[in-house]
Each structure stands twice: as C-alpha cells, then as structure tokens.
Design a protein around this ligand. Structure first.
Ligand code: DAH
Length: 339
C-alpha cells in the first residue's frame, strides 16, 4: 500500500509538471485528491490493514495529500503569475509615443474677419460692448430718433414678439445702452447678429451681422470719424487704400454719410468686383444726432460723437471673393475647409 501511495505521488507530480493551464490543475486535483480520486480509493481500503500498519499508512496518505495540495496551489500561483505578466506585457502603453491626430476645426470666415476687425479697433483703444438680440422697440428705433410711423421703419421690418419687443434690426441700439450706462469718454464697438424680414438671396439674409461703432467725448468732429475709419480701412485692406465719404441720411446721425473704400481688387481702376466703379461701399456713419445724445442723458452742448455701422457679411464676401452670402450659413465643410 505504501508503494501504491508513493506511485500516486509520483504520477501526480509528473502530471503537474506537464500542466500548463489552470484547467489541467483542476483535473489533476479531481483525479488524485477528489472524492472518487486515486488517493481516496486507497484510503478506503485501510480497513484491510493491521492495527500497526494503519497509523503509518494513514500518516503517509495525509502527508502525500498535503504535499500534493501544496504543489498544486504553488503551480496555480505560478500559472496565474505568468498570465498576469503576459497580460501586462500586451496591454503596455507607451505614453511617449506621438498620438493619433485629433481632427481640429477652425474659425468660420465670419469669425476670421470679425476677429481682425476687433483687433484693429482694439489697437485704437476701443472695447467691446453688446446688447440683446431681442430688443425693445425703444432702443431699436425710438431712442435712435426713429419714432413710430417713421419711413425708416419700413426698410427694417422684423419679427415682433410683442408690440414693443422685437428682434433687433441693427446693432445701433447698443449705442443707447452704452450711453445710458457709461458717461463719456466712450469708445466702443458692438458686433452682433441682427434680423430683418428679407427674403434669402445671394446678397440678403434675414439674419446677418453688423459691427456698431461709437465714440463720444468733448470736441469730437467729423474729422475724427474720417481719420478713424481711414485707419481702419488701411489696416484691413492695405496702406494704399483710400476712403470716400458720400452724403447720406440716417435718422440717428447728423450729418450722415456712407463710406466707400477704393477697390482692393483693382486699386480704383474699375473691375467686376467693384462693378467698374473703383469704389466699394463698406459702412454707414455720421455724427451722433443731438437728440440721440439727449435721449441718453448726454449733454450735446458739452459732448459730441460719431457712430458707424459695418456690415460684416459684405466685408467677408469681398475679402474672400465669395459671391453668394448663403454659403456663409450653410455650414458645408467643403466650403468652410477653404479658409
Ligand atoms: N444701423 C444702420 C443700418 O443698419 C447702419 C449705421 C449707419 C449705423 C450709420 C451707424 C451709423 O451707427 O452712424 O443701416
């Protein structure tokens, strides 16, 4: 019986040595140490043994069981360790490797030009003001010297939310909001979205952008307006750019003008871009109307100011030679990728 036990130990140890996966070890345990295993089978025959032999064999059997159990669990540990090592090796991340590039978007052409315009005015000491897109009739019209029934309202029809509240048709209401809050000297631009009841075509959109400008201080004259906007035009289109002021009418400025820049495509000779004119209109402006100053509690006897309004879409279209405004709103990446 002793020999049988030692033979079991031997063959179990041999099988253990060949085992390479955890399942093998399970079957070895069942085969040798399980309820129906080889060792158990031997122990069942202990009854046949003499009283002297029984404790000796019993002890040997227990010793072999403990020995095999220890060897099996050691083997389990070593296989598990190997598996873990392999896993760590396979999942190793080299954090010093360059990453796969994340595709980055870029600025929309409207933002590119707006940022340039802002930079130019920042350089002249302007700061940015803003106002709500849903505006009171008072700020959008009334305070800007456009009373109810004024014909200027017809050209700026918009979506009315109530009798007195509407989607702003221009950024000019920002002038009022700034002057109500801040005493002169004032030097601000107010870029933003405006709304009009216009049908969509190549040069019209019911939603577009303006950049308002306002300067109020003692002794401001039309010469300041001209100098400021000439500097602006030269910064945007180059040193050789000239500007031209044409008389115009806006209810909130007196006198008022429209300002053209010499065509940046042909330099003023006349080409398809300027329709043979040599000049391109880029903005409207003028001296802030004394009534508007008064509406905001600014004394027109002490202060004067100039204001201007730039259409951002026009600047962008001329800048990038875009012939259809709709392209700016369709968000077609094939178009936008070009900028
Ligand atoms: N708000 C005018 C418009 O939408 C543009 C404008 C003209 C703004 C003259 C001004 C200005 O501040 O002085 O047509």
């Amino acid at each position: 019986m002793k020999e049988q036990l030692e033979a079991i130990r031997k063959s179990a140890v041999a099988e253990l040595q060949n085992a390479s996966v955890l399942q093998d070890l399970d079957s070895i345990r069942v085969k040798f140490l399980g309820k129906k295993g080889e060792l158990t089978a031997i122990l069942k025959q202990m009854g046949k043994l003499s009283a002297e032999e029984r404790p000796v064999i019993g002890q040997l059997a227990n010793e072999i069981r403990a020995d095999l159990e220890g060897k099996i669990s050691a083997k389990v540990d070593s296989i598990k360790e190997k598996l873990l090592e392999e896993k760590l090796k396979n999942e190793k991340i080299d954090v010093t490797l360059p990453s796969g590039r994340v595709p980055l978007g870029h600025k929309h052409p409207l933002s590119i030009v707006l940022d340039e315009v802002k930079d130019i005015f920042f350089g002249m000491g302007f700061s940015v003001a803003s106002g709500p897109e849903i505006e009171w009739d008072y700020y959008n019209f009334e305070a800007l010297n456009i009373p109810k029934n004024h014909p200027a309202r017809d050209t700026q029809d918009t979506f009315y939310i109530t009798e007195n509240m509407l989607l702003r048709t221009q950024t000019s209401p920002c002038q009022i909001r700034v002057m109500e809050k801040q005493a002169p000297p004032i030097r601000v631009i107010a870029p933003g979205r405006v709304y009009r009841s216009d049908a969509v075509d190549a040069t019209h959109s019911p939603i577009f952008h303006q950049i308002e400008g306002l300067v109020v201080d003692k002794g401001i004259t039309m010469a300041d307006l001209k100098g400021c906007l000439e500097d602006f035009a030269k910064s945007l289109y180059g040193e050789d750019t000239k500007i031209r002021l044409r008389p115009h009418h806006f209810p909130f400025t007196e006198p008022s003008c429209e300002i053209d820049v010499s065509c940046f495509n042909c330099g003023g000779k006349g080409c398809p871009m300027c329709k043979g004119e040599g000049w391109i209109e880029i903005l409207g402006g003028g001296m802030v109307h004394p009534k508007v100053l008064k509406n905001c509690g600014v004394d027109p006897e002490v202060y004067s100011g100039f204001a201007f309004g730039i259409g951002l879409e026009r600047l962008v279209m001329f800048r990038f030679n875009i012939d259809d405004m709709r392209l700016l709103y369709e968000n077609d990446v094939r178009f936008l990728n070009q900028f």
